[in-house]
Structures are given as structure tokens and as C-alpha cells.
Design a binder for this molecule. Structure first.
Ligand code: SF4
Length: 382
């Protein structure tokens, strides 16, 4: 199996230029005798124009295009399946160059369109409630593979909707792939690239403490901590990472992060019926978050047949939310989207099997070629 590092070059030794950050791209252009002053043109060709090959880059002369094509290649993801939910959410299964697959979820909501991206194939964190965790870590994604999810969706939406927000809540733990994440974020935020404000990007983590502190130093994007329990003992049962970095250590790290005024860290709290949804849990959560500019995002668990875990009823969710709000903690409840296509939180990683089991495969394949409107299956599963 190829590692992400092996995949940085193709069989002819050419480099994946979309995996190079701005500075490295400048060095590369310099090494070809083209000069780093053409970096903006190359970034724009790759990340704004969406050129599929060097040949398509009209900002460069044919001679320069040939030079670049001899030393580099332009990587793309291959859409293999598109599952369309009744609520408009779309789950896309992408095939990578080594044949592995990842998933992204596109969530339209009024003027806003949010893309949930993956950062790894599989995940090493093994959270017990999450299907992706069942896969284990297969490999880290390259920067190009992380950023191409947004570019290709933006191109797909062009003329219809605009991609406005990106959340790193898909497959993988983004801070476990820190350097590639940071390079991909350069492309997301570059004025000549995808041009997304850091205010519209959220990185969600289980809380790898040293990486969290380093990331907060390197990047201004929004942080979300996947907490999901109100005590060390409860979190240990569902999130093995707690063995390495305890709850107190994680929250102390959050307290140490210098946030701009008005900015808060989001704490995600998946509610499991009978496990962490009692008033005492709400009370303990308030105590835990004391001293942190925090807001809580409650996520009623998305049930699936692979787990004997249940979603609390709406009244219980509402009571938990009210408890936090009454004690002065900002708290929202995440609206579940894409449940019928298993695109909701913790459900990614098995798109192919799900499409096959539900008889949606042909429709989901057809949707890749833009025939989604009346052919994609979830509305009438067989
Ligand atoms: S919840 Fe996130 S960190 Fe945990 S196993 Fe799933 S993908 Fe990995």
C-alpha cells in the first residue's frame, strides 16, 4: 500500500504540484527557470480556474506549459458515487489515485453551502460511536486530496450555488495529519486560490493536545473540540484518545489558546440516550468548560444498524440545551442532515456498501455524470 509520501510523485517522478504550498510552489517554478514571480499565476490556474492539465493553463506560454508538464502533474479526485438525500444533502464518494476512497458531504442551507471534508483514509482514533473509526487508519491524505474536495465541489456548484463554508468533520482526525492540513488550508484561504475566509473554516478534533496547541499558533480558523462526555471516566469509554490526553489536560490546552476577542471554541457533544444526556451531565459540562470562551454544539446521535446506541428524544435534547443556556453557556443543537444517505456525523466510510445494500448503486453512479435529479436512489430505495 502506498503512503501519502509515496504518492507525492507519479511513476515518472513528476511532483503533485497541488500538494505544494505557496513557498514550495515558488521554489519549484524557480528550479524550472520560470521564476517565483509567476506563483500567483500558477496558484490561480490550479485553484481558481480549475485547470485539469498544464496544457489548459492559458496564463502561461506553450513553452512554459511544456516545461511544467515535464516536471509536475495536476492531481484530481475521481467522483465514483453521488448519493442525494431527500433534504438536498449530497454525499460524494471520491476515488483516489491508489484506488482508496474517501467521502465528502455537501450541505445546502439557505444562502449557505457547507462542505464537510475528509483528512485521512480511515482514522486511528477509534471513537466507539463512529463508523469511520472501524476502518482504522489506512493513510493520511495529501494536501492536494484535502483541498481538491473543495475545489471540485466549488466547480460542480458553479453557476448554481457558491461554496461558503468548509468543516473538517469528515473521515479522519485532521490534526493527526497536521502538516498536510496546514498546506491544504493555504489553498483554501489563498486570495488567488479558493479564497475562503478563515471565519468560514472549522477544524474539528478529538484533541491531540500538542498538535492542537501548535495548530492554534499556525492557523486562525475556527476550532471545534469533539468532547462528547462530561467526565474523564465516561469519555474514556467512548474515546480512547482520552487515555493519552485526559479531559483536564485537553481543557487546560484550550484555556491556553489565545483567541481573538469575541471568538469562541466550539465543543461538540454527541448526545447518547441514557449515557450522557442527564441534567447531571449538563451540570458537569458547565463546570468543565469554566474559564474557556466556549459554545456547545449538541449533536443528537445518528443511529445506524452497526451500533446499539440510541438517540435521545427531542424533549430530552431540548432540556439539555435549556439547562446549559440557563446557566449562561451558549448552546445550539445541530440539525441532522442527510440521514437517509448516512451522510450525518459519524456515519462516513461505508458509502459503497450502503449504496449496494440499498439498491442505489446504479443511480449513484449515474449521478456522477450529472443525472442526479431524477435517478439517484434514496428517495425510493428498493
Ligand atoms: S469521530 Fe472523528 S476522530 Fe473519532 S473515529 Fe470518527 S473520524 Fe476518527
Amino acid at each position: 500500500m502506498a503512503s501519502a509520501r509515496d504518492m507525492l510523485h507519479d511513476e515518472q517522478g513528476r511532483v503533485d504540484v497541488k500538494s505544494l504550498g505557496r513557498a514550495a510552489l515558488g521554489d519549484w517554478l524557480e528550479s524550472l527557470g520560470i521564476g517565483r514571480h509567476r506563483t500567483n499565476d500558477l496558484v490561480q490556474s490550479l485553484w481558481h480556474d480549475g485547470a485539469r492539465t498544464f496544457e489548459e493553463m492559458r496564463r502561461f506560454t506553450p513553452e512554459l506549459r511544456r516545461k511544467m508538464a515535464a516536471a509536475g502533474f495536476v492531481s484530481w479526485l475521481e467522483p465514483a458515487l453521488v448519493l442525494q438525500s431527500q433534504d438536498g444533502t449530497r454525499k460524494i464518494l471520491w476515488k483516489l489515485r491508489d484506488g482508496r476512497t474517501i467521502e465528502s458531504v455537501v450541505i445546502p442551507d439557505g444562502e449557505r453551502t457547507t462542505l464537510c471534508v475528509s483528512s485521512q483514509v480511515g482514522c486511528a482514533m477509534a471513537c466507539t460511536f463512529c463508523l469511520t473509526g472501524d476502518l482504522g487508519l489506512v493513510r493520511h491524505l495529501l494536501p492536494s486530496e484535502i483541498a481538491n474536495q473543495a475545489l471540485q465541489v466549488a466547480l460542480l456548484l458553479r453557476g448554481d450555488r457558491r461554496l461558503t463554508n468548509v468543516v473538517f468533520m469528515g473521515m479522519g482526525e485532521p490534526l493527526h495529519n497536521l502538516d498536510h492540513l496546514c498546506t491544504a488550508l493555504e489553498h483554501y484561504q489563498d486570495d488567488f486560490g479558493l479564497n475562503l475566509s478563515h471565519r468560514r473554516i472549522t477544524v474539528s478534533t478529538v484533541g491531540l493536545v500538542p498538535q492542537l496547541v501548535e495548530f492554534a499558533r499556525r492557523s486562525p480558523v475556527n476550532l471545534a473540540i469533539s468532547l462528547n462526555a462530561s467526565s474523564e471516566a465516561e469519555r474514556l469509554k467512548i474515546m480512547p484518545i482520552t487515555k493519552k490526553y485526559g479531559v483536564d489536560q485537553l481543557l487546560d490546552a484550550c484555556r491556553s489558546i489565545a483567541l481573538p476577542s469575541g471568538k469562541r471554541i466550539a465543543f461538540e457533544y454527541v448526545l447518547f440516550e441514557g449515557d450522557n444526556d442527564a441534567p447531571e451531565d449538563a451540570e458537569r459540562l458547565i463546570e468543565l468548560l469554566r474559564g474557556i470562551p466556549a459554545k456547545v454544539n449538541l449533536i443528537p446521535y445518528n443511529e445506524n444498524p452497526d451500533r446499539d446506541i440510541h438517540r435521545p428524544d427531542q424533549d430530552r435534547v431540548k432540556a439539555f440545551q435549556n439547562h446549559l443556556i440557563q446557566r449562561g453557556l451558549a448552546c445550539t443543537v445541530r440539525t441532522t442532515r442527510g440521514r437517509d444517505i448516512s451522510a450525518a456525523c459519524g456515519q462516513l466510510g461505508k458509502a459503497w456498501e450502503q449504496a449496494q445494500d440499498r439498491g442505489w448503486l446504479a443511480a449513484a453512479r449515474a449521478a456522477v455524470h450529472g443525472e442526479a435529479a431524477d435517478t439517484t436512489g434514496p428517495t425510493e430505495p428498493s
